[in-house]
Design a binder for this molecule. Sequence first.
Ligand SMILES: Cc1cc2nc3c(=O)[nH]c(=O)nc-3n(C[C@H](O)[C@H](O)[C@H](O)COP(=O)(O)OP(=O)(O)OC[C@H]3O[C@@H](n4cnc5c(N)ncnc54)[C@H](O)[C@@H]3O)c2cc1C
Length: 501
Amino acid sequence: MRRGGGCCGPDAAGALASDHRGGARRMPAGSHGRGAASGGAGGERAGTAGALAATALPGARSRARRRGAALRRHRPRARRRGPNRARAGDGARARAVRVGRGPRRLPRRADDRDHAARLRAPLRAAAMKRTADVVVVGGGVIGCAIARELARRGVRTIVVERGEVGGEATRAAAGMVAPQAESTGPGPLLRLGIASRARYAEWTESLGAESGIDVEYRTDGIVYVALTAADARVLAARARWQRAAGLRVERLRDARRLVRALTRRVRMALHFPDDHRVNNERLVTALAVAARRAGAEVMERTPVTAVRARRGKVEGVDTGAGSIDAPVVVDAAGAWAGALGLPPGVSPPPVFPVRGQIIVLRGGLDAIPRPLYSRRGYVVPRVDGRVLAGSTLEDAGYEKRVTAGAAADILAAACAMAPAVGGMTLETAYAGLRPATPDHRPIIGPAPGVAGLLYATGHYRSGILLAPITAQAIADLVVDGRTALPLAGMSPGRFVRRRRR
Ligand SMILES: Cc1cc2nc3c(=O)[nH]c(=O)nc-3n(C[C@H](O)[C@H](O)[C@H](O)COP(=O)(O)OP(=O)(O)OC[C@H]3O[C@@H](n4cnc5c(N)ncnc54)[C@H](O)[C@@H]3O)c2cc1C
């Protein structure tokens, strides 16, 4: 790992060697970060009935059936503020609001004071002690997607978020639903990504109906260009193996027909028509709103300080606002998933932060109507006229600073692809911390060593893409004790076994 803050494209981590003294160590291509280990234990079965017997919730399936009937009757409520203004914390003066019942309001008249006092006592007690079937730690895209899926299946779910819903890696993302453009080779991660992408259209459609929020899912594909002979060779190889795997890849003779702003210096251009995009900021808000409307509670500004267990079984969590009793806890705390206070003897998931920076531009959208990638960076148009340029892969610990050097590299890579970017207005810049793992694959499934604890973390560069399938898999494991989804190679056990060798 070298020091620096270089810009990177989807597969060019560390491609540039410049040193910006940004205080961050940039991760060279192929680096697996801390504790790197090659390969990974693909092929292990995730979530057999035996292993999960203690996790599956008795009664959840019948509740799920009742809930299913209720959902079929469900109609989205009239919106008071319109889709653009809806926010996950709307109307919530207390930390948690149970959608469906609404916040409890105290009477205002002075002669109602006794009645008000009587109401306050149980409210205070409720703030101290709660119960749920499942507590989800972390309100990013993964935690919110899981909560919404569990609530739809009739599972009493509470999401506990330390800050604000989606406030970390999720809102910093570029919103690509792009397993093909992001992939450097076939394997279990690509399989999982393709399976998740296949769910996206239906998932976002039902999410829109449940939340009243348009998540701006767009299916116009991604254009990937090579500006050098070396990059063209890499791209040609990618097209070959993806076609051999049955995936659609189109070689573009005149890429400027799809992206007018593209430079004339293109050596080779591919179109991935099945790779899509979504507005990740609206997505996470919609997930939280839909989760609440399906009956989940979402507690913001409430840190989880410990996961409690007794005699090898999870009993709940301690939070900054009291404890919550629950037989199942899902650790979806992103880059902080390994720092949760876990029960003694339980191995924390080996997750670490990898910083990514984004520059937000405005203007010239008609010339860049769809995402444009090279091995050194990308530009992604948003429906509201913004254009996101990214990004970096940096080992900077938990520091979310935007650095001048990285910004310069990102803009240079964007301008090399589309010179018109140089004339756009620079609106803002931000950074987020991707939850990475040593083999760059997520950790999804039951934690070894204690019954009732599940991990859903380590989604690294693909958390937006993998949210639908992760939510479905975790809900399957909780409700049925097993899942038929392609989780091979993602189980928490792969790291435990490796350490014991
Ligand atoms: C610059 C950038 C671009 C990206 N682009 C894409 C893309 O185009 N496509 C894609 O698929 N992915 C992309 N990603 C990756 C994606 O953003 C992540 O994989 C995804 O957001 C991870 O979601 P998460 O919910 O696991 O983590 P987070 O969004 O980080 O959420 C975890 C949450 O847990 C909370 N938390 C932590 N500790 C506690 C605690 N003790 N108690 C309570 N709450 C706690 C945090 O506050 C946080 O809100 C990008 C990431 C970055 C940084």
